[in-house]
Design a protein around this ligand. Structure first.
Ligand SMILES: NC(=O)C1=CN([C@@H]2O[C@H](COP(=O)(O)OP(=O)(O)OC[C@H]3O[C@@H](n4cnc5c(N)ncnc54)[C@H](OP(=O)(O)O)[C@@H]3O)[C@@H](O)[C@H]2O)C=CC1
Ligand SMILES: CC(C)(CO)C(=O)C(=O)O
Length: 340
């Protein structure tokens, strides 16, 4: 007898969310309800148009259900999993936990955060103390150049492991990670594996994200061009990456020296890959600078590790965020006193 499909709510049907939904649905061990926002009209009418290095061209992919607001959890059929693939922008309300609250069944729904950054689980574990929260670290290189059209340039590699919730048994957390990996992998077009050391994996990925995402977003250059640009790798990328490695080591995660070159060379130059933060600045979207730069900086301050390059990158990103907040009416400035 085949096992029942898991009921999965996927919040954030953008670049990563579309591919996650495709992997889950194609394995036939999950039924996915996708919450879309700006691309709702496109996805609900025509489905996703996907060009993927893993799946080829998939035109008109429609997950089981497409909605444009977070549904209320049903007593008779609660969600087994809520997968979050929104950008984690903690300095812009509403908070992720307030957004998810109606759909979470206490003690039942497993929350999976497929998002970049450090300490993203903390507010979720505080808000849902009887629920399991899993970490999803993704390498995928996906973009949505227009609503509902998704381009995936990098093979989907996803690491799933448990964030430890002191009020939930570690055995149940690990079993949930195993179950999710099995369902996600069932379609056979992805590399999804269990992550036994979530802290290490997240710090390792920060070597890329804190440095390349921010430097590309600030300069407007993709990762290929940043490697070709005069002085950018030696003057900016490498020093920033070494600072992340130093603080990770002080925090107990022994990253090897080779991680710096591994991250710089991760994508081929001619892929001209825009990291997700550069895609956001190009679209005028808010950026995830707090969890990608702010949290590592705060850890460094606690541990007494200097991060001069990261600090400058953080404040430049903070200024970019403020610019977008003003454009979107979230902050206002006093009237101009210029005579012009
Ligand atoms: N793209 C990539 O290659 C990679 C991304 N990541 C991480 O994965 C996460 C997702 O990134 P990515 O897919 O690129 O992001 P996208 O911006 O492409 O997609 C996020 C989606 O979430 C939607 N969304 C945001 N808030 C809400 C809400 N309140 N209700 C419903 N939908 C909402 C957005 O809608 P709207 O369009 O209206 O804003 C958008 O469709 C991030 O943490 C990112 O850092 C990790 C590895 C690689
Ligand atoms: C490493 C990379 C570029 C894609 O996997 C990423 O994490 C991002 O775009 O934020």
């Amino acid at each position: 007898m085949s096992e029942a499909k898991a009921d999965i709510l996927l919040v954030g049907g953008g670049s990563v969310g579309a591919i996650v939904a495709l992997n889950l649905e194609s394995g036939r061990h999950a039924s996915v309800t996708v919450v879309c926002r700006s691309n709702f009209a496109a996805v609900s009418s025509r489905g996703y148009q996907i060009r993927s290095c893993d799946h080829g061209s998939v035109n008109g992919f429609k997950p089981s259900i497409v909605v444009n607001e977070i549904p209320q959890a049903s007593d008779s059929r609660p969600f087994d999993y809520i997968v979050c693939t929104t950008k984690n922008v903690v300095d812009v309300p509403p908070s992720l936990f307030d957004l998810l609250r109606p759909a979470v069944t206490p003690g039942k729904t497993v929350i999976v955060l497929i998002q970049n950054g450090l300490n993203i689980e903390k507010p979720l574990i505080r808000a849902f103390e009887s629920n399991i929260v899993l970490s999803g670290v993704s390498l995928i290189g996906a973009n949505e150049p227009e609503p509902g059209t998704v381009v995936q340039d990098f093979p989907d590699t996803l690491y799933i492991g448990a964030f430890r919730n002191p009020k939930v048994s570690a055995k149940l957390e690990d079993a949930a990670a195993d179950d999710f990996v099995r369902r996600y992998s069932a379609g056979g077009k992805t590399q999804c594996s269990v992550d036994k050391n979530v802290g290490y994996t997240r710090w390792r990925k920060l070597v890329y994200n804190s440095c390349l995402n921010s430097i590309c977003a600030i300069t407007g250059l993709d990762t290929g061009r940043i490697r070709l640009a005069d002085g950018a790798v030696t003057g900016l990328v490498r020093p920033a990456m070494k600072e992340i490695v130093a603080v990770a080591r002080k925090a107990g995660y022994e990253l090897p020296d080779s991680v710096v070159d591994d991250m710089i060379e991760m994508d081929p130059v001619t892929l001209y890959l825009p990291p997700s933060m550069l895609s956001d600045t190009r679209k005028g979207n808010f950026i995830e600078y707090e969890n990608i730069l702010g949290e590592p900086l705060r850890e460094a301050e606690k541990l007494g590790v200097p991060m001069p390059t990261l600090k400058v990158l953080f404040h430049l990103c903070q200024a970019i965020q403020w610019k977008n907040k003003e454009l979107k009416g979230l902050v206002s400035v006093p009237p101009s006193s210029s005579a012009a």
